[in-house]
Ligand binder design. Sequence first.
Ligand code: MLT
Length: 250
Amino acid sequence: MKGKRHTILFIHGFPMDSAMWRGQLFALSRWTRILPDLWGAGTATILPTAPEYSIADHAADLIRGLDDDDDGEVVVCGLSMGGYIVFELLRSFPGRIRAAILCNTKAAADSAEAKLARDDMAARVEREGMEALAAELVPKMLARTTLEHRPAVVRKLTAMIKRQPMHGVVRALRALRERPDSTPLLGTIRVPVLVIAGDDDQITPAAGMREMARAIPGAEFMLIADAGHVSPLEQPKAVNAVIDGFVARL
Ligand code: MLT
């Protein structure tokens, strides 16, 4: 419907929380925005003894949350781990998805080597804590130019990682490790899709994201300059313009 006030559900990445979307919250206020913290992240604290949960459990929980507010279709926008959840939403709840925005993410599952690296990271987090994890991840997550010239963004991301509860991070690593391969889904997607990549993303490089966009019928691909793995936080103006234009055309 033309002129509709679409709802955008923003799903954060790992090991972050919904604050990574703060630059979208205000700038995209002509749309209804929903920004949950996933279990074990930000304010959605869980007990250290909470049961295991999967990417599919996150997707089902988000749909349950929507049912209270909005029984129509939503635009889902996920970054990295949030993108894995978007794939699950498209697979399991296609009737609820009006369109999808995939930021800095990939469809493939973890390789055997990547699964071992998840186990190592979980053990390191338990041994050394969140400060050490932030020190390890921030240089990989941000573009070189962000690291050199945007100290406020570096501080924001570092503080966000440090405040995540350790047991939530460990559980998230197990869920990431066990996520399914979404490559077979790509060619079956029938809703409008926007793929957003950072030109200096070391974790999900732009070339792979361009390939992923080619595999999705009709998908748009946008490359954000001077952005790493957290493009909405690093280049909010450019990312907001792209998201706003995409949603306005729906
Ligand atoms: C993320 O930003 O959510 C992570 O890079 C996801 C992952 O580790 O696979």
